[in-house]
Design a protein around this ligand. Sequence first.
Ligand code: SAH
Length: 245
Amino acid sequence: MSGWVVIAGLGPGDETMVTPQVRAVLDEATDVVGYIPYVRRVAERPGLTLHESDNRVELDRAVHALEMAADGKRVVVVSSGDPGVFAMASAVFEALEAGPADWLSLDIRVLPGISAMFAGSAAAGAILGHDFCAINLSDNLKPWELIEKRLRLAAEGDFAMAFYNPRSKARPEGFARVLEVLREACEPERVIVFARAVSTEEQALRVVRLADATPEMADMRTVVLVGSSLTRVVGDWVYTPRSVE
Ligand code: SAH
């Protein structure tokens, strides 16, 4: 029996947003690996072993998945949203690069999912409807100075922005600083959408102007979507026009 590794995105939460392609590999898998809350989204069944691990152990998890595949298992590594957006796909390739050369002949595939920024932008309208960028606000794996630099340059470039991992208990001051930087770089009327738990029963969307945004509006279940200078509110909707005049 030949093993494989599939790194799959489970989407933002709603089960109907899991792609049929991802469902099909989960049906064929012998082992599922991932961060506890994501693995819990996979239904148990005979013949399937669920391996839950804590966050911050992405590389160990990736090595474990590759070892099991080399052993003939059919392994799915699950991420929320899209596995290539601040998630497990890069971790698996880092482990592959650092691992034994025979891992290079393993059957590895990455299956996309609906990332939080797309689900959040759709729920609000089309805030990412023109040029945009995504920034991970966690400073676990990069220096805070780099986050601020990218933020300033994105604001200068007038990109709409999607912020992931905006605010953790370990780092409560970080997001307050982000708002300060935005206030220095953007006008007070800039539109911000705090999109929390998008596509789940707890979904909450909050549309505010930069002047009224506070750090408490974001938590680790929130993707923060900042409009460009052209982003507009029409009725309940927020959108960025396709053209710049
Ligand atoms: N790979 C994921 C992102 C993982 S980083 C993706 O593509 O969506 C985890 C961060 O994603 C969270 O801190 C939050 O900012 C965001 N996120 C994930 N699911 C979300 C959801 N349902 N609603 C809002 N934000 C979400």
